[in-house]
Design a protein around this ligand. Structure first.
Ligand code: NCD
Ligand code: ZN
Length: 398
């Protein structure tokens, strides 16, 4: 909520959800003055109104299973070439056989998008079998292993507590060049939730890198300037994914003037200075940083609850949101590196051999507010500012 709007007014209007719409700039978090200045400047030079990119990949995505999977997968498959699919199902994707079966279930919903490739991951536990991991990787089924510290986030109860126990798996992965995707937050209740990423870097990530220096690691959904600095200086086999929503929201958007469950995710959005560090990293084009949307659909009934789930559903409007941010930073020429080149290079895969086209409309593009599933609705991320960029690919899914 912006200045001058009371909590009562916000609550009164909550039924139609207008209090979450287009308020970001009034929180002072999006520098509209700077954006307008840049837009004006760009217009004076040469307005860019269309952009052709190698087809993007999403290096961190939650597709879920069953009814949710069938409702959401097309939002990614219609625009993205590949996606690293997170393994935090209930029960988790633990073995090569689990990953292969899950991949088949995903592809069963992708008949209309034959080029889309789900890249599967395994959920690392203290009993993961290194041989199974290596076999699944060598068979081309598994493209990464995901490390969740136990209890860090949605469905992470079977994650890792004792890092010595996973050492043999990490060493086997290092040998074959299989990346470790890391949810970088400590889980100790005594550590403030806004400090959990920075503390993780010092207490866990640095020692882990010293222990297995040749392992490729990705600090997933980095949310802090500390994380950006660490990754930038860490060397060739360290990278980070950056989400769409963390480029837009800071912690005020979740908490100031009313509690906004649809902006709640983990790692939780931090202070504005951290958001700015993420924008700078993403728009720099630096090879270490690439898109992992962390698009994480939950039913609205599970988010709008006394104990709401963490996760933001950004798949439907991610590319429009990103074009907006990159344009505001006068960095549209770096968008392709972020969405389509850096991730593939880090994973040792070729970039896509086809393209998508983004066009800038004169009128703001209207996205659906939610995605319907057989069990209820999933609210789509409202980035808080009008979006003019869209993918030039026929009618939008409604
Ligand atoms: C993710 C989910 O819902 O599975 N939630 C989230 O807030 N990002 C899990 C995760 O990536 O932490
Ligand atoms: Zn995630």
């Amino acid at each position: 909520m912006g200045a001058g709007i009371s909590v009562a007014e916000c609550l009164a209007s909550a039924a139609s959800v207008p209090c979450m719409t287009h308020d970001l700039s009034r929180d002072g978090t999006f520098d509209r003055g700077k954006m307008e200045f840049m837009e004006h400047n760009m217009a004076a030079v040469e307005p860019i109104t269309s952009l052709t990119l190698r087809r993007p990949d999403d290096w961190h995505l939650h597709l879920r299973d069953g009814a949710m999977l069938s409702a959401v997968v097309a939002d990614t498959a219609q625009h993205f070439g590949r996606a690293i699919v997170m393994p935090n199902l209930v029960p988790p994707v633990l073995t090569g056989a689990d990953a292969s079966a899950y991949r088949d279930r995903i592809l069963a919903h992708c008949a209309g998008y034959p080029k889309f490739q789900p890249l599967m991951t395994l959920y690392l536990t203290e009993t993961t079998d290194a041989n199974d991991v290596v076999k699944a990787a060598e068979a081309g089924i598994v493209h990464a292993v995901k490390l969740y510290p136990a209890g860090a986030t949605t469905n992470s109860a079977s994650g890792v507590r004792d890092f010595d126990k996973v050492r043999p798996v990490l060493e086997a992965m290092a040998e074959i060049g299989l990346p470790l995707c890391i949810h970088g937050e400590v889980t100790e209740p005594s550590v403030d939730i806004f400090d959990r990423e920075a503390v993780f870097i010092d207490r866990v990530l640095r020692p882990l890198r010293a222990a297995v220096p040749s392992l490729k690691m990705i600090l997933e959904h980095v949310t802090t300037a500390d994380g950006v600095d660490f990754v930038r200086d860490a060397g060739d086999n360290m990278a980070a994914t950056i989400t769409t929503h963390h480029l837009f929201i800071n912690r005020n958007h979740i908490l100031a003037g009313g509690l906004r469950p649809h902006y709640y995710c983990l790692p939780v959005a931090k202070r504005e200075r951290h958001r700015l560090a993420l924008v700078a990293a993403a728009t720099s084009g630096a090879r270490q940083f690439f898109l992992g949307t962390d698009s994480a659909p939950h039913l609205d009934t599970d988010k709008q609850s006394a104990c709401g789930c963490a996760g933001i559903y950004t798949a439907p409007n991610t590319l429009s949101c990103l074009a907006h941010v990159f344009e505001a930073e006068s960095a549209l020429e770096q968008l392709e590196a972020f969405t389509s080149l850096n991730g593939a290079a880090f994973y040792g895969l070729p970039p896509a051999n086809d393209t998508i086209k983004l066009v800038k409309r004169d009128e703001a593009v209207v996205f659906p507010a939610s995605r319907k599933t057989a069990n209820g609705e999933v609210t789509i991320f409202d980035c808080g500012v009008p979006l003019y960029w869209e993918i030039d690919a026929g009618p939008m899914r409604v």
